[in-house]
Design a protein around this ligand. Structure first.
Ligand SMILES: [Fe+2]
Length: 434
């Protein structure tokens, strides 16, 4: 392994686990859905998508492929742009009543996350919706031994959900999002056809690209897995296991891709090289964070989506209030990495290098500033909102934002520094505008 960052710690974990699906990438691969579903033994399929994609070419390709393979199916498309408990409750009824033996999802993170959770709640409904979520939010109820085989087909270049055992759901009565994480939720196969990226609006490429970037950057700078407490029972080991040599590998490449292609992919839908690379980078970042966990970037994004008011974002079919996930993450990111760099400056400098930052005369002590400036530069060049003020927040909102995000305990503990409520307030206060 040969990396000082993962040196053993007393009482710390001495193993790490890598879980990824069988993965296919390439132009035209959506047409393989039928053969692959048949290969997994599927005969009657629950096809999850969203209303915007349902009548479009990607779903048509998958439908043709499944039907040509002689497979029976039914379509569920009652999915909002951010996966929520209401969509999952509807999806669970669809799964419970449909007599399915397989699931295919075609869409972005919301579709894939809804498909994962709908299987869980449809096949093994708990007494209370939150029972499967980790304490203190939920009861940490054990999930069933097995769900249905799932082929996840990603149509955006950000979430990486096709490669993770994670479903992020908005709990509507709490107005915020929480993470369901269990190996059971990992799709058996992922199909990523970069043709899907050609029709994404520029602002969607920017938002999903910033999500990709932060997945990779948070993995690369996360607390080392050796600094998490050792869990002798492999069945109880958390997926949020901290940075590890595997996640380094995938995160490094994803950061290089974000640094090289994010701006180009936003600037032109005709830049196929850039958009293809962003699709690949999104999967790589998913393969990283699915085996690492994110940290403050994502934890602090949930306060933003919880408390946003009267704000909309160009390029999305949503009414106010709506801030796309990647934007909710990136608005605080420069401030976050200025803060975390103090803990592991060399790592942050390495990350800045992979992102192709300006490193002239740089030392590790400058790494937070360099990384922050690189992110701010990408935000400016892609027309992203300028900090929290750009999505409707001011200094007076800082205490409420911090209180909301402080509930994301596991992610906050995955940061390379111990972080308390006052630290979170300070990070938000420095993220109002750049
Ligand atoms: Fe994300």
């Amino acid at each position: 392994m040969g990396c000082q960052y993962f040196d053993p710690c007393q009482g710390g974990a001495d193993t790490f686990t890598v879980a990824i699906p069988k993965y296919t990438f390439g132009r035209g691969c959506l047409a393989e859905a039928g053969a692959r579903a048949a290969g997994l033994g599927m005969s009657r399929i629950a096809l999850f998508t969203d209303p915007g994609l349902r009548d479009g070419p990607y779903v048509a390709t998958v439908l043709d492929s499944l039907q040509s393979a002689g497979l029976d199916l039914a379509v569920f498309d009652e999915i909002t742009i951010e996966a929520d408990d209401a969509s999952v409750e509807r999806g669970a009824i669809f799964v419970a009543e449909g007599n399915f033996d397989g699931v295919v999802s075609v869409g972005g993170g919301s579709v894939m996350d809804t498909a994962k959770a709908s299987m869980l709640y449809g096949l093994q409904p708990p007494a209370d919706f939150l029972d499967y979520f980790a304490p203190p939010l939920g009861a940490g109820k054990a999930m069933p031994a097995k769900l249905l085989p799932h082929i996840a087909c990603a149509t955006t270049s950000g979430t990486g959900s096709e490669c993770t055992s994670i479903s992020v759901l908005r709990i509507n009565h709490m107005s915020t999002k929480f993470v369901l994480a269990n190996p059971l939720l990992l799709p058996q196969e992922a199909l990523v056809d970069p043709v899907c990226a050609e029709t994404l609006p520029a602002m969607v490429v920017a938002s999903t690209g910033f999500d990709l970037l932060c997945h990779a950057l948070e993995c690369y700078t996360a607390k080392a897995y050796t600094r998490w407490e050792k869990q002798p029972d492999p069945g109880k080991r958390p997926l949020i296991q901290g940075a590890n040599p595997w996640s380094d590998l995938a995160a490094r490449e994803a950061l290089e891709i974000a640094g090289k292609y994010l701006e180009r992919g936003v600037a032109s839908a005709d830049d196929h090289e850039a958009r293809d690379q962003l699709m690949w980078g999104a999967s790589l970042a998913g393969m990283a964070f699915g085996n690492t966990g994110t940290h403050l970037g994502h934890a602090l994004s949930y306060g933003v989506t919880h408390l946003m008011q009267d704000v909309t974002t160009e390029g999305y079919r949503m009414v106010s209030p709506f801030v796309p996930h990647g934007i909710s993450v990136i608005v605080s990111a420069p401030s976050i990495f200025r803060y975390t760099a103090e803990a592991t400056p060399e790592r942050h400098l390495e990350a800045a290098t992979y992102l192709q930052s300006d490193l002239a005369g740089a030392t590790p002590a400058d790494s937070g500033e360099i990384l922050a400036n690189r992110i701010i530069g990408l935000m400016q060049k892609t027309g992203a909102p300028n900090g929290l003020a750009g999505v409707g927040f001011g200094p007076e909102d800082v205490p409420a934002l911090a209180k909301s995000s402080a509930r994301q305990v596991r992610a906050i503990n995955n940061a390379p520094r111990e972080t308390n409520l006052v630290d979170i307030e300070n990070i938000y206060a420095a993220a109002i505008s750049y």
